[in-house]
Design a protein around this ligand. Structure first.
Ligand SMILES: [Zn+2]
Length: 164
């Protein structure tokens, strides 16, 4: 078994514990990086911690530029998750209900007390209002996806200009 000594931890490890050098791979064979996988990962963790804000901003910009795509992806993902784990979710809800029975009962009582003297017309209006709020939640008002994409393109250009 071929081994190599890691530059960081100085341990002698089998070759497959070292990342490969990508650009060298295109020519003859490939070379291995001088740092083992776990040291490499540890360094990346440090990088992620130090650049937390910058990385968060980058993610945010990506989200803004691809908002529709991302939201559609999440919708599909959640739908798939609900379908795939229907039974699990049912069990989870039943368990939650068992633990929170008293809370639910009180909430229902309060709700009933609050609305019992209200005419059916108003009850109906409140229902509609709830539906409206829910729809607004699903389709938030605000700048259009195009405007957001344009905005994020501008800030990306700004970042590049500052860097270059
Ligand atoms: Zn190492």
């Amino acid at each position: 078994m071929q081994t190599k000594t890691c530059r960081s931890c100085q341990k002698e490890l089998p070759l497959e514990q070292f990342p490969k050098n990508r650009d060298a791979r295109k020519r003859r064979g490939f070379t291995y990086k001088s740092e083992c996988f776990s040291c490499h990962a540890a360094r990346n963790r440090g990088y992620n911690r130090r650049h937390k804000r910058r990385l968060a901003k980058k993610r945010r910009l990506y989200y803004l530029a691809n908002r529709e795509k991302y939201l559609e992806y999440m919708r599909q993902y959640n739908k798939g998750y609900r379908q795939k784990h229907r039974l699990r979710l049912k069990i989870r809800y039943a368990r939650w209900l068992a633990y929170n029975r008293e809370h639910v009962r009180q909430y229902q009582q309060q709700y009933h007390r609050k609305y019992r003297n209200i005419s059916p017309v108003i009850t109906r209006m409140l229902k509609d209002k709830g539906r409206l709020q829910w729809e607004t939640y699903l389709n938030p008002p605000g700048p259009s996806p195009e405007a957001l994409a344009e905005d994020s393109k501008k800030s990306q250009e700004l970042i590049l200009a500052r860097r270059g």
